[in-house]
Design a protein around this ligand. Sequence first.
Ligand SMILES: Cc1cc2nc3c(=O)[nH]c(=O)nc-3n(C[C@H](O)[C@H](O)[C@H](O)COP(=O)(O)OP(=O)(O)OC[C@H]3O[C@@H](n4cnc5c(N)ncnc54)[C@H](O)[C@@H]3O)c2cc1C
Length: 345
Amino acid sequence: MCSDTPRRTAIIGAGIAGLACARVLDAADLPFTLFEKARGAGGRMSSRRLPDAVLDLGAQFFSVRDATFRRAVAGWRKAGCIAPWPASLWSAETASWQRHEDDLERLCGTPSMSAVTRHLAEGLTVTAETRIERLEGSAGHWQLVDERGEHHGPFDRVVITAPSPQAHALVSPHDAPLAEACETVIQRPCWAAWALFDAPLPALPGVDDDWQAVRVNDPRLRFVVRNQLKPGRADQGESLSLLANLSWSEARLEDSEETVVEVLLDAFQQALPAGTRLPEPSALGAHRWRYAQPDVFASGEAINLDYRRSASGLALCGDGWRGPRVEDAWLSGHHLGEALVADAT
Ligand SMILES: Cc1cc2nc3c(=O)[nH]c(=O)nc-3n(C[C@H](O)[C@H](O)[C@H](O)COP(=O)(O)OP(=O)(O)OC[C@H]3O[C@@H](n4cnc5c(N)ncnc54)[C@H](O)[C@@H]3O)c2cc1C
């Protein structure tokens, strides 16, 4: 399509998918406005800052498989916002720990996971603390209405990066096929607990003293990370993130934070080699991700569509349309951005 005036795009969500899309539009000099309900960019790659520690409670690392993503990651590496991690990854099964080795390249943000999205947001204006509650209008004339009742627009196109159940609420009054598509993407919940300790963890027989992360084979707990052993955080004390299994999280979604952290710490204690005990934590907490990771195999096959869009000017992107990883979310947003630029030129 050719047009003298560049088409205005609204992007809802400044997680990695929204930022990847925004970066492509920005590079093509196409006008856009980025809305984010939280205080800043990051989404499920954001980190929690406590007085004594920075904790990653969403994505813990990301892997690199795709060549286009690899090129982007090389740029982030040059910018100094990521580093390889973990160097010491373990698997624990019935209290027996084995070193986990494979050839996958894994990286994390430094000094916190949110450094990646902060880097991507550099130079872009994010309209933060603005939850878009509904859309009004039709193709070519979209207005976005936020939780204060303020209208934003008009926009020719609207990109929605919110997890599928939240995207569904926005598109369903306007676009039945997109709403139906949202219903096929199941986003599963995940509890993420954290615990700080004044004393160091005990030495574990046969395990590196500076082990960084462990996959736990337990119905409750799946992954434990030592935040202070991530790059750029040497100044903080022992600080664990404990990620629950998705099925367990589903079943215990309405439990209290206190109960969840108690169960997950207990599961971790049981995963430690016999005779080792966790010290008393000095602070504890938990975060509930209601829409944590898409079940891409829910419909029997991987989704891998990248994104969805329709003639109404509405488009959906994010991990739900491609796969359950940071890489998928970035690729989804990046490829949608390329499609929007192709339209405009
Ligand atoms: C506990 C956990 C552990 C994970 N571990 C890993 C891992 O180790 N490796 C890995 O590769 N991936 C991991 N992931 C997955 C990874 O974090 C996600 O795939 C990726 O971050 C999704 O990015 P996104 O941009 O698609 O969505 P999001 O990050 O969810 O971004 C969507 C954004 O939209 C905003 N938003 C939503 N609705 C509105 C609205 N109405 N108005 C305005 N803004 C709105 C949200 O606040 C959010 O910022 C993990 C996820 C979780 C939760």
